[in-house]
Design a protein around this ligand. Structure first.
Ligand SMILES: NC(=O)c1ccc[n+]([C@@H]2O[C@H](COP(=O)([O-])OP(=O)(O)OC[C@H]3O[C@@H](n4cnc5c(N)ncnc54)[C@H](O)[C@@H]3O)[C@@H](O)[C@H]2O)c1
Ligand SMILES: [Zn+2]
Length: 464
């Protein structure tokens, strides 16, 4: 499929087009560069010597030339190419147009300032706001995380993955297969119970049957289970092939999809076998959230509130909406991305902050024999750990209540269910892998944007 990257001047079309081309191993064409090459003038020179009308004619001619070959490619368009209806019809017939959301006025001014003389149209973004808003496939944000390129938007996945080798969660395949026009070559039965070595082996067999070699790319389309398993199978197939992660649950969008951790569970424990293997590309498409059950959506919101505890209350702006927007997801995810950038392979303690609410959360998840969902356990864990922070005078009075209100406002539980024996929690926490003797490191929420690593001597301190 041909993918056209469109958007206001200075929105990042060429930068994104070039990056996507490298990640997907698909040729890249920059329409403005092609016009400059064939006319031997810069776009600014064409504008000043021939006028906008003549430039638009040259642009339409060059576009028709570029799309005349059916070869798959990524084309970055000019900031006004699709103002001409005939150009728009041509691009929409030949492929898919992904429109980058218009950056803020200040951001555009900053980018134009950095590129003096290269933007003849200046700030057209505001004038053409309605035009850009008329495109339905939208990119809200793109950035690097470790060695992955992350693209966040709505209705963007189809254009980027439909021709690829796809491994898909069975439920997602039923719900989305026809809509996306995809034909997965392997399907993963849903649920954590299938996050096993035998499912990884079944993927290896499917890779062999498909004849995947060192140069091939495999796509994971599904929640965190599908991403972890497919990434692990890719990490170990022929000693590592490239992969693309397309998370379809909120939890996998804001957490599991970035950070490079892949793996499977063993009877002895969760995620015991695994490898760091960063996906080339992470495509976060909020369209998938429309079919997600409320409970699964709430599990993702638990991790988003955890990110707001680490990064600041502004990241909890999604509270009033049923489904967070692409922009809110991108900003929230940045909490994890910032940490992953500084510590991609978890070699120091930076990632520990991400463990906020998880020390107690994991213990109650385990004591419930995994009846409690991970999101519920994290919500309760964050509340208990906020209560601890208050008791230890690390947080002001009323803080724990504020944390409870945040989680309960999105339908998450805030206290330990009565069927879990509280007295077993300290021992279970001590079994945590981060333990050094009786001292356990907690990542305690002490205020919005204030998570502190606090070593607690479990022999002396009462944690509940
Ligand atoms: N790699 C990491 O850094 C990391 C981080 C956090 C969690 N994880 C892992 O992620 C897993 C949990 O991920 P999850 O919560 O996405 O679970 P999941 O992958 O099991 O998906 C949950 C359920 O939602 C269904 N589903 C997925 N997308 C859907 C959609 N768009 N519409 C309707 N149904 C859909 C699935 O079929 C499944 O039944 C755990 O195994 C956890 O260990 C990994
Ligand atoms: Zn978690």
């Amino acid at each position: 499929m041909m993918v056209f990257i469109y958007g206001a001047p200075a929105s990042g079309k060429s930068t994104l087009g070039e990056k996507l081309s490298k990640k997907l191993s698909v040729p890249f064409v920059d329409l403005d560069c092609e016009i400059e090459k064939s006319s031997d003038k810069t776009i600014a020179e064409i504008f000043s010597s021939c006028g906008e009308g003549a430039f638009r004619d040259m642009e339409s001619k060059k576009l028709a030339e570029i799309v005349s070959s059916t070869e798959e490619k990524i084309v970055s368009l000019g900031g006004g190419t699709l103002l001409r209806e005939s150009n728009r019809a041509l691009c929409e017939e030949k492929g898919i147009v992904l429109c980058i959301d218009t950056p803020s006025e200040e951001e555009i001014a900053r980018r134009i300032f950095q590129l003096p003389g290269s933007r003849p149209l200046g700030n057209k973004a505001i004038e053409r706001a309605e035009h850009y808003a008329s495109f339905k496939n939208r990119i809200a944000s793109f950035f690097e995380a470790g060695s992955s390129l992350v693209v966040v938007g709505s209705e963007i996945a189809q254009g980027l993955i439909c021709d690829k080798n796809i491994v898909c969660d069975e439920n997602v395949s039923k719900l989305w297969g026809n809509k996306l026009g995809i034909a997965p070559f392997a399907e993963i039965p849903p649920g954590e119970v299938h996050k096993t070595p035998s499912t990884v082996a079944s993927l290896w067999h499917a890779f062999a049957k498909k004849g995947l070699g060192r140069k091939d790319i495999v796509v994971a389309l599904g929640g965190g289970v599908t991403g972890d398993l497919t990434g692990f199978a890719a990490a170990t197939w022929m000693r590592g092939i490239r992969w693309i992660n397309v998370p379809t649950t909120l939890l996998s969008m804001v957490d599991a999809s970035t950070g490079g951790k892949t793996g499977c569970d063993l009877p002895e424990g969760k995620n015991l076998a695994g490898a760091f293997h960063f996906p080339e590309l992470v495509v976060i498409d909020t369209a998938f959230l429309s079919t997600l059950p409320q409970k699964t959506l709430a599990d993702g919101k638990a991790e988003m509130i955890k990110h707001a505890l680490i990064g600041g209350k502004n990241l909890f702006s999604f509270a009033d909406a049923d489904v967070p927007s692409a922009q809110e997801i991108a900003e929230n995810l940045m909490v994890k991305v910032d940490i992953v950038r500084k510590d991609p392979f978890e070699t120091n303690s930076l990632r520990m902050k991400l463990n906020c609410g998880h020390t107690i959360g994991h213990a109650i998840e385990k004591l419930s024999s995994y009846d409690l969902s991970h999101g519920d356990a994290v919500a309760i864990g964050c509340c208990e750990e906020a209560r601890m922070a208050e008791r230890l005078s690390l947080a002001s009075e009323g803080w724990a209540k504020e944390v409870e209100d945040a989680f309960s406002s999105v339908g998450l539980p805030v206290s330990i269910p009565s069927n879990i024996c509280k007295s077993e929690i300290p021992e279970t926490v001590k079994g945590d892998k981060k333990r050094a003797g009786d001292v356990v490191s907690f990542a305690l929420p002490c205020g919005w944007g204030d998570v502190r690593i606090v070593p607690i001597d479990m022999a002396k301190e009462k944690i509940l």
